[in-house]
Design a binder for this molecule. Structure first.
Ligand code: IMP
Ligand code: MG
Length: 193
């Protein structure tokens, strides 16, 4: 009891678990570590883009909403921000599932574009985004991801800014979901095996 009263934060972090539907998750990246990684990314982007003309950040929904909000608060040059969603639907062709970017209203041609992703896993989503963005004629496209799973990533696309490399485990929180739940959690949790 005495220890609990004196150091409640330690006890809380060690035991912090959430149950989402049928699965239990354990905290693996606390909020302060996430914020530290974001500050590192912001510092590099501020350096690299200080002389560029109004770059455009493109945040990939849904997962990147929290990361985008926290990162953009630390960006110190004039910039614009837009949000994109990758929609999957059944095409009319026999090839089946087709993915397209929806929500591109800003002028992209001739702009320096910085894509914001929550996590890069296999890189399939990223590859699709880059393929679609190329059609809009950006001057440059750089990729930022808060999290990267190097063991799963198998694409050749270079990722310019990485917040943290993580093991190939399923995670939730800070924008990431399990079956729609967990996006609101300020920390990141790993599925308990
Ligand atoms: P990729 O196409 O395999 O790189 O996966 C990218 C997308 O899958 C991310 O933008 C997330 O939406 C989702 N994703 C990948 N890993 C996880 C995870 O561990 N938890 C929750 N969602 C994930
Ligand atoms: Mg995502």
């Amino acid at each position: 009891m005495f220890i609990w009263l004196c150091r409640p934060w330690k006890i809380t972090i060690n035991m912090k678990q959430v149950k989402l539907k049928d699965k239990v998750f354990e905290v693996s990246i606390p909020s302060d570590k996430i914020q530290h990684a974001i500050t590192g990314i912001a510092h590099k982007i501020n350096q690299d883009y200080k002389n560029k003309k109004i770059p455009l950040f493109i945040s990939i929904l849904n997962g990147s909403f929290m990361f985008t909000a926290d990162l953009l608060k630390q960006i110190n040059f004039d910039c614009e921000i837009t949000f994109l969603k990758l929609s999957s639907y059944r095409g009319t062709s026999t090839t089946g599932s087709v993915k397209q970017l929806i929500g591109v209203n800003e002028k992209i041609s001739g702009r320096d574009v910085i894509v914001l992703e929550d996590i890069v896993d296999t890189g399939i989503t990223l590859e699709q985004i880059i393929k679609e963005l190329k059609k809009f004629g950006a001057t440059s496209v750089k990729i930022t991801t808060l999290l990267l799973k190097p063991e799963a990533y198998n694409k050749d696309i270079g990722i310019d800014y990485v917040g943290m490399e993580i093991p190939n485990d399923f995670i939730v929180g800070y924008g990431l979901d399990y079956d729609g739940l967990g996006r609101n959690l300020p920390d990141i949790y790993t599925l308990k095996s």
